[in-house]
Design a protein around this ligand. Structure first.
Ligand SMILES: *Cc1c(COP(=O)(O)O)cnc(C)c1O
Length: 456
């Protein structure tokens, strides 16, 4: 059993150390990351000895945690401009702590009534925000990749209802822009269609779906005797941060009776910002949408929503008995809508952030991050040697400096721990890529980055 004194001491040490860690990080104490080799790190942390001998105490744990944090990557750091992973807000962190202690796998209502009810209310809010309203269905799942798989499973059930029992017909195809996240191609492979069943849509020079060419692509598939299971659109694309024209695509799909799946893993959160909502105009025309909370809703990984316009579509995905009555006397079991059997109470971390900030506050955060990335573009385009292929729409910006090997520039900055950034291909050319995730990133950070890149 828990020794309450020991628990309180260890938890107190956690709060102290995390507090100092986040505070240092937010103030930009370098480095933003360390890259110590794993063998050396295992020694430094004494991992093998702890595993063999045990005996950790709150005091020893405090020192262990300090080293552990120090050797990791600081997402709260202003110079963290890397992958699209949130610098979590503390209410969401508290929710992870609570889940870690109570472990209510709430996909079955009897295993966590409060966790299940919180998830359900969060989903109702997300469905309303997307424009699916009362007739939509949803579930939270462990990440966007699983969410894409689940949504495409619903699309498959819609087009080929017997695939679940009889196997996958060979004529199904998925139409997606080459810029689609790799989890889409993976989903096709996992669903038994094969990667080759993902046909690339025509795109413009920046990787956005060419809406005018979409009807011809649908006709082409038909002439080849293939059935289009879904068209996948990006909101936004992972690499560029640019949104596809959802209304244009949605109207073509509706005319052709084709399922539209919108991958809003990163960019659906812009629905909360009045100034940015227009980027997702037409999202309500989609049949399914995914939306990650651990990107722009400031929770830790993983928490993603699968949302369908018609609730029955989601229930059909796994061929489960359709709708348990929400708010019926027995509650509701979400297990019929997920790959997972034991599922964490993911709703609480989204809920607590909202409870602290409200949807307006959350929207202001998204707007602030998008605006900061736009500032980077404004600051950078006037500097000699920098080339920005487009004006950013989100908190993701791609650019090149000079004719140097861009990946080598990135390595240089990562090695000295000054900045964490990524790279991406735009129009087949390698670019540096900045994603503004931390609330601490400001103009000073961005000016310093531009200077540093030019030096490197
Ligand atoms: C991040 C991302 C995913 C994958 O989500 P995970 O939560 O990392 O599994 C899918 N699609 C897009 C557009 C993304 O940005």
């Amino acid at each position: 059993m828990w020794d309450m004194k020991e628990f309180a001491e260890a938890a107190g040490a956690t709060v102290d150390e995390l507090g100092a860690y986040v505070d240092d990080s937010q103030h930009g104490v370098p480095p933003v990351l360390r890259r110590r080799p794993p063998r050396e790190l295992a020694d430094k942390l004494g991992l093998a000895r702890w595993i063999r001998e045990g005996g950790m105490t709150p005091e020893a744990y405090r020192h262990f945690l300090r080293d552990y944090l120090d050797e990791g990557t600081r997402l709260h750091h202003p110079a963290y401009l890397g992958h699209q992973t949130a610098a979590p807000y503390f209410p969401a962190a508290l929710a992870d702590f609570v889940h870690g202690a109570i472990n209510n796998p709430m996909a079955i209502y009897e295993m966590g009534a409060s966790a299940a009810t919180v998830e359900f209310e969060v989903l109702r809010w997300m469905l309303a925000t997307v424009g699916f309203g009362e007739t939509g269905g949803g579930v939270l799942t462990h990440g966007g990749s699983l969410a894409n798989l689940t949504a495409l499973l619903a699309a498959r059930a819609h087009v080929a209802p017997d695939a679940w029992t009889d196997g996958v017909p060979g004529d199904l195809v998925l139409l997606a822009p080459p810029s689609a996240h790799y989890s889409v191609t993976r989903a096709a492979a996992i669903l038994g269609m094969g990667e080759k069943a993902v046909l690339p849509l025509d795109v413009d020079g920046l990787g956005r779906i060419d809406v005018a060419a979409l009807p011809a692509a649908l006709d082409r598939a038909r002439r080849l005797g293939r059935r289009v299971m879904a068209v996948v659109a990006g909101a936004c694309a992972t690499s560029s941060g640019l949104y596809d024209d959802l209304r244009g695509i949605g109207e073509v799909c509706a005319r052709h009776g084709v399922w539209l799946h919108v991958d809003g893993a990163h960019g659906a959160s812009a629905l909360l910002s009045e100034r940015h909502r227009h980027l997702l105009d037409g999202i309500e025309l989609a049949d399914s949408v995914i939306w990650d909370a651990h990107k722009m809703l400031r929770t830790a990984g993983l928490a993603a929503a699968v949302l369908t316009r018609r609730e029955s579509d989601l229930d059909a995905a796994f061929r489960q008995q359709a709708s348990y009555l929400f708010y019926g006397d027995q509650g509701f079991d979400l297990v019929g809508r997920t790959v997972e059997c034991t599922k964490a109470g993911l709703g609480l971390k989204i809920f607590l952030n909202l409870a602290w900030l409200g949807e307006k506050g959350m929207g202001d955060f998204v707007a602030r991050q998008y605006d900061t990335a736009h500032r980077f573009w404004e600051l950078g385009r006037d500097r000699p040697g920098f080339d920005f292929p487009y004006e950013p729409e989100t908190n993701i910006v791609c650019f090149r400096y000079g004719t140097a090997d861009q990946a080598a520039v990135r390595e240089r900055l990562m090695d000295d721990g000054s900045f964490h950034l990524t790279s991406a291909e735009i129009g087949g050319v390698r670019h540096l890529r900045v994603t503004v995730m931390a609330p601490a990133t400001d103009d000073t950070t961005l000016e310093a980055l531009l200077t540093k890149i030019a030096e490197a």
